[in-house]
Ligand binder design. Structure first.
Ligand code: SF4
Length: 673
């Protein structure tokens, strides 16, 4: 791969493809081949010249002492992160031979590729990698650790209809931020909310924590984790029973309204309040604001899905604008992921997916430790750090310690998962390779280009997966594509003129524009273009039926709900290696008083799955009965090298088979030395 090296300072335009809704355009200054400044550029009018503090430090990852610079093989016990340098040829030969051996002995399904969200770039994932694993007949991975319940709900109700984008928030007169904290993830939404507020919009925030937006809100509804469904159903009951439901809209544009009404009927404000741990009058006020103000916009976040009721909760929240008749006006409707707006079908993979075993990524620990047929013999991890991000950390570690498991980790830095690898392969960062960045809050698609030389011997995903295809004799007469070849192939196969626009430096837009009004510019992508308010598929999938509340899993032994929301430290777990202030468990003063704990105490947070040791921060920024550790921490962040995922059950949400991080129930006590 050719790279540019220059002693002179220069500034290069690129974009951020990391797992964040915003997809900033970036301006990167390079001096002597190094990143000397990384900031926002104005090319993307939504992100408009500023970026988060996380990526502002991305140059530190590029030059991190933890950077993997060469292929290497394990020389010590698994987990010790001791490796000996090898060549790319030797590493590719070894990985290919272990894959061949596993496939020939146990079948292709004994190979498990494991990837998620380390980059959302269209070139970095689901291109040559997918071709390789399909041709091997490998197990398929259900990428469910995030957004699976909300996506399943949105797909079933609306067929992934595009949603309201940031520019239209100022048109809303009521904004509901439900289970999201844009102040740390999706930061560019905040000024649009502020603008709406200046123009008189009311703000409601539904969150167990006092987030920065909750602090400014007209109404903060600090509900218990996992009770979102009860509150949403109480709003539906209110809409139906007070005549605020839009019967004309329901008749013309929906199916299933009567069944939704039946399921909501039992959810009085009192009942929902008893489940949610708030006053009935607060839910009543929320319901009245939503019923009476138009345009009203609900931002459905991802915090509300991470529990046993997550899919039903997302469906009930997404159904609100249909029942209340909030569509058809700019600033009204719902906002969620817009990743499906471009109708990209990944045709470039070039072949059908074989019907091999599907492994839910939330069950990585199980599949590695339980008796399954065939057993997983080769685990190939890329764009992902499951030890830090996937539930049941201790079971995953136990699986990674298996002596008969051959683990490959292809990553940029020595992650918690890479420490257990048999072979590590060095990957380029987004500042060292071509890619395409697709936003999922606003609607945008931008070119990502290398701005510095690839560090050490690091290579991009298409390059490495192409070499593996060749080594395994699985490439065809199209040959392996390499990085640029893959980029060109993806550009060629993007719908309409998108590829040409990107090639020619233009900003592409879907046919309906960048700021669609729901039920004016875009409509449900369901077979009859109607909103399905109680989809049969979801009804069947849920063990108890859609919109049926499953009770809180707290016990007398483990009474506290542990949540692990996004923080200003990491993007999922990316950048978790950077030095930060000490990690602390956040607890409400009532809970610390009940346990005789003082600020700064060393505590253990524990349940039957594990234990995390860290210091305590006592703050009234979280509701009583709920405690908080940040999402995406690396093991080095805590005293005992365990993080919140060690306490997270690997149970699955009601629909979408998503992770239930926020169903962690724990106890906290002082560490007695
Ligand atoms: S992580 Fe998000 S806010 Fe930060 S630079 Fe990337 S797109 Fe922008």
């Amino acid at each position: 791969m050719r790279r540019i090296k220059s002693k002179q300072d220069r500034t290069v335009e690129t974009a951020c493809p990391l797992d964040c809704p915003d997809s900033c355009s970036l301006s990167v200054t390079i001096g002597d081949g190094r990143v000397t400044n990384l900031d926002g550029s104005h090319r993307n009018p939504v992100t408009d010249g500023y970026i988060c503090a996380k990526v502002r430090r991305f140059g530190e990852r590029v030059e991190s002492p933890l950077r993997i610079l060469h292929p290497a093989m394990r020389i010590g016990p698994k987990g010790n992160a001791a490796f000996s340098r090898t060549t790319w040829d030797e590493a590719i030969d070894l990985v290919a031979s272990r894959m061949r051996e596993a496939r020939d002995t146990w079948g292709g399904e004994s190979i498990l590729p494991f990837s998620y969200g380390g980059s959302n770039g269209l070139v970095t994932q689901d291109t040559i990698d997918a071709r390789l694993f399909r041709r091997l007949g490998a197990s398929r991975l259900a990428r469910t650790v995030c957004a699976a319940p909300t996506s399943a709900a949105a797909q079933a109700l609306y067929g992934t209809m595009p949603s309201v984008t940031y520019h239209d928030y100022p048109h809303a007169k009521l904004i509901v931020i439900w289970g999201a904290n844009p102040s740390v993830s999706g930061i560019h939404l905040v000024p649009f909310i502020q603008e709406a507020r200046k123009q008189g919009a009311k703000l409601v925030v539904v969150d167990p924590r006092v987030t920065p937006l909750a602090r400014q809100a007209d109404l903060h509804v600090p509900i218990a984790p996992g009770s979102d469904l009860a509150v949403a159903l109480a709003l539906h009951r209110h809409l139906f029973e007070t005549g605020a439901a839009d019967q004309a809209f329901l008749a013309a544009h929906t199916r299933g309204a009567d069944r939704l009404r039946e399921r909501a009927a039992e959810w009085t404000f009192e009942r929902a309040a008893s489940v949610a741990g708030v006053q009935p009058a607060m839910i009543g006020e929320f319901a009245e604001l939503y019923a009476s103000i138009t345009p009203a916009l609900v931002r459905c976040g991802w915090g509300l899905e991470r529990n046993r009721n997550g899919g039903s909760a997302a469906a009930a929240i997404l159904a609100l604008p249909a029942v209340a008749g909030k569509f058809g006006v700019r600033g009204g409707g719902f906002a969620m992921s817009n990743s499906a707006s471009w109708s990209i079908n990944r045709t470039w993979i070039g072949e059908d997916e074989p019907a091999t075993r599907i492994v839910n990524m939330n069950h990585l620990g199980r599949i590695l430790t339980e008796e399954v047929t065939p057993p997983v013999k080769v685990l190939f991890v890329y764009n992902c750090n499951p030890v830090a991000t996937v539930p049941h950390q201790n079971l995953i570690i136990k699986g990674l310690e298996r002596q008969d498991l051959f683990t490959v980790v292809f990553d940029q830095v020595m992650t918690d998962t890479a420490a257990f690898a048999d072979v590590v392969l060095p990957a380029t960062t987004f500042l060292e390779a071509y890619d395409l960045a697709r936003a999922y809050g606003p609607i945008s698609l931008q070119m990502v280009q290398p701005v510095v030389d690839a560090a050490g011997e690091s290579q991009s995903n298409p390059e490495v997966f192409g070499q593996l295809l060749t080594a395994l004799g699985l490439d065809d007469d199209t040959g392996t594509q390499g990085e640029l070849g893959t980029l060109i192939q993806v550009l060629d196969q993007l719908p309409g003129t998108i590829g040409d626009d990107l090639r020619n430096g233009r900003s592409p837009a879907p046919a309906f524009g960048l700021t669609p009004v729901q039920f004016v510019d875009v409509f449900p992508r369901t077979p009859d273009e109607k909103v399905d308010l109680l989809p049969e598929a979801l009804e069947r999938e849920s063990r108890v039926g859609l919109y049926r509340y499953l009770p809180d899993p707290a016990t007398a032994r483990y009474p506290l709900a542990l949540i692990s929301p996004s923080s200003d430290r990491t993007i999922s777990s990316t950048l978790g290696e950077l030095p930060r202030p000490e990690i602390a468990l956040v607890m409400h003063p009532l809970d610390s008083h009940a346990r005789g704990l003082e600020e700064g105490a060393s505590v253990r947070i524990f349940n039957d799955l594990g234990e995390v040791r860290c210091t305590l921060s006592i703050e009234p920024t979280v509701r009583p009965g709920t405690v908080v550790l940040p999402k995406g921490l690396w093991r080095s962040s805590t005293i005992n090298h365990s993080t919140a995922t060690a306490l997270a059950p690997d149970a699955l949400s009601d629909i979408g088979a998503g992770a239930c991080f926020n169903d962690s129930r724990v106890q906290v006590e002082r560490i007695v030395s």
